[in-house]
Design a protein around this ligand. Structure first.
Ligand code: ADQ
Length: 481
């Protein structure tokens, strides 16, 4: 573990973990709020670390000034990789989100493979590597940790620039089977680039195995040296590369404590006050076709059809955060959701009861926790998901132990939460409807037993443990060949 030692942590991600805004002509910068930021901040501070990424805005903001303020207040520095609008369109929206994202989630029908986008992806990854190398030159005693599918080639770019530091990569999304992965026109180049890292981390055992299968089948000269419980050691032309699985998680204590606060308790009470005598079924997702939201609406409709005693007694509250709204497939999805929710409500609504409450916006932290805390059922049914943190957040916030988690077997989180949750196949509309009814009818004793099991799991395997395990496995500087 690096804490307290001299090694500096350099984190690289597509977006910097900040929000830049303007209040009355004054520019402001505030830290982002995701689990990754929470987990990494203590170590970033103690190692005087650096976070490098795209600031998410053009050149209009006085970035250097804002970054200096941030460094003084937060105790670690930021480095910007500026991108033009065209680059964002091709590298981010185009290649990352229209080629890698759907392919890695097993949704081939959404894939668009464009040579132009691929070229920009390579150029932008190279630019990231140049910015990192300027801040952390070869020979520096840093640990460099690159995140996610947008930046698969950064490690290889760094090696070309002479990097000898320890380089780690964590993939937040799934890694597909060999049969799917082979469709990617640039399959070998991406795998070779990934093999330049010293440690490649995946969310689940399955994604880790898929990757090992792909590299051994598609990259000549890769050999498995050892298979251990949590990692595989590869020999890549005389160099050792570690591959393993590191299921990401949340800050359990923070969610659990905040969910018990007075603000959250009041907001939770108010939500149910309006819907007295009903069970709430909750869905919370980014707008994305991998999250299975239309299928979820259909399963809820099927449940109302098949089990008429549910009518008037349950409402589905579906909160969707706008996301990637410039990509056409996401615009189409939004339309489909509007139509489906409208149709189901028109079919079943009765005076004083609306089957689906559909909100297309983000919730603030208090509201999010209040929704988690007060909903008797969470319906989390992605078609495929790297992990799914909403499932873990729901468990942490279910302070009355009264919540039932209905979870897709295709979410990475099912590996850890499968025993306490009701697992469903989101493509099986009728089966998911049965699970909704089973959750609705579940006795308090069984609810409590299952929720305690789930909470124990998330409490033990929190995001701090995830970070420590990854960095311990990555270790220090690579030995010279
Ligand atoms: P995402 O696909 O974004 O992440 P997820 O893990 O569920 O999916 O995280 C979403 C986050 O956004 C959660 O922290 C949740 O609280 C928040 N959120 C969602 N809807 C919200 C709303 N309406 N209002 C407010 N907040 C909302 C990717 C991968 C996942 C993987 C994570 C982390 O796709 O599989 O779990 O990275 O590795």
């Amino acid at each position: 573990m690096m804490e307290g030692s001299e090694k500096r942590l350099v984190v690289v991600s597509n977006r910097l973990p900040i929000v830049i805004g303007q209040e009355e002509e004054q520019w402001t910068i505030t830290p982002g709020s995701g689990g990754l930021v929470t987990a990494l901040t203590p170590l970033m501070k103690s190692s005087r670390g650096m976070w490098i990424g795209w600031p998410g805005c053009g050149e209009e903001a006085p970035l250097q000034e804002l970054f200096d303020d941030f460094g003084r207040e937060q105790g670690y520095r930021l480095g910007a990789v500026p991108l033009s609008e065209e680059e964002v369109e091709r590298y981010y929206q185009g290649f990352s989100n229209e080629a890698l994202w759907p392919l890695f989630h097993g949704l081939l029908g959404f894939c668009r493979f464009s040579l132009e986008n691929w070229q920009t992806y390579r150029e932008v990854n190279r630019r990231f590597a140049e910015v990192v190398a300027a801040e952390s030159p070869p020979g520096s005693d840093d640990v460099i940790w690159v995140h996610d599918y947008q930046l698969a080639l950064v490690g290889a770019g760094l090696r070309e620039l002479g990097a000898d530091q320890a380089l780690g990569f964590f993939l937040h999304i799934p890694f597909p089977s060999l049969d799917l992965y082979r469709r990617l026109p640039w399959k070998t180049e991406i795998l070779r680039a990934l093999l330049e890292y010293d440690l490649i981390g995946f969310q689940t055992l399955r994604y880790w195995r898929n990757f090992v299968q792909c590299v051994t089948a598609l990259v000549p000269g890769v050999e498995v040296l050892a298979r251990q419980r949590n990692q595989t050691l590869l020999n890549v032309g005389g160099r050792q590369v570690k591959v393993g699985h590191f299921p990401i998680s949340i800050d359990f204590n923070e969610f659990h404590q905040e969910a018990q606060s007075r603000n959250v308790a009041e907001a939770a009470w108010y939500l149910h006050e309006n819907l007295e005598g009903r069970q709430l079924v909750l869905g919370v997702d980014r707008l994305d076709y991998t999250k299975g939201i239309p299928e979820r609406f259909l399963a809820f409709e099927r449940a109302l059809e098949k089990y008429p005693d549910l009518r008037q007694k349950v409402s589905l509250v579906q909160v969707v955060v706008p996301s990637r709204t410039l990509v056409p497939d996401y615009q189409n999805l939004k339309e489909l959701l509007d139509q489906t929710a409208g149709r189901i409500n028109a079919r079943f609504a009765e005076s004083g009861w609306m089957p689906i409450h559909y909100l297309f916006r983000s919730l603030d932290r208090t509201q999010l926790l209040a929704h988690y805390r007060t909903s008797e059922i969470a319906l989390i049914t992605p078609l495929r998901d790297g992990m799914n943190l909403v499932a873990k957040e729901y468990c942490a916030a279910s302070v009355d132990h009264n919540g039932v988690l209905v979870l897709s077997e295709f979410a990475g989180a099912a590996d850890q939460l499968g025993r306490g949750a009701l697992l469903v196949n989101p493509y099986d509309i009728d089966g998911t409807a049965d699970a909704i009814y089973r959750a609705f009818s579940m006795e308090p004793e069984e609810r409590r037993r299952r929720m305690e099991q789930l909470q124990g799991q998330v409490r033990r395997n929190d995001v701090h443990r995830w970070m420590r395990r990854f960095l311990d496995t990555l270790g220090g500087r690579r030995p010279r060949d």
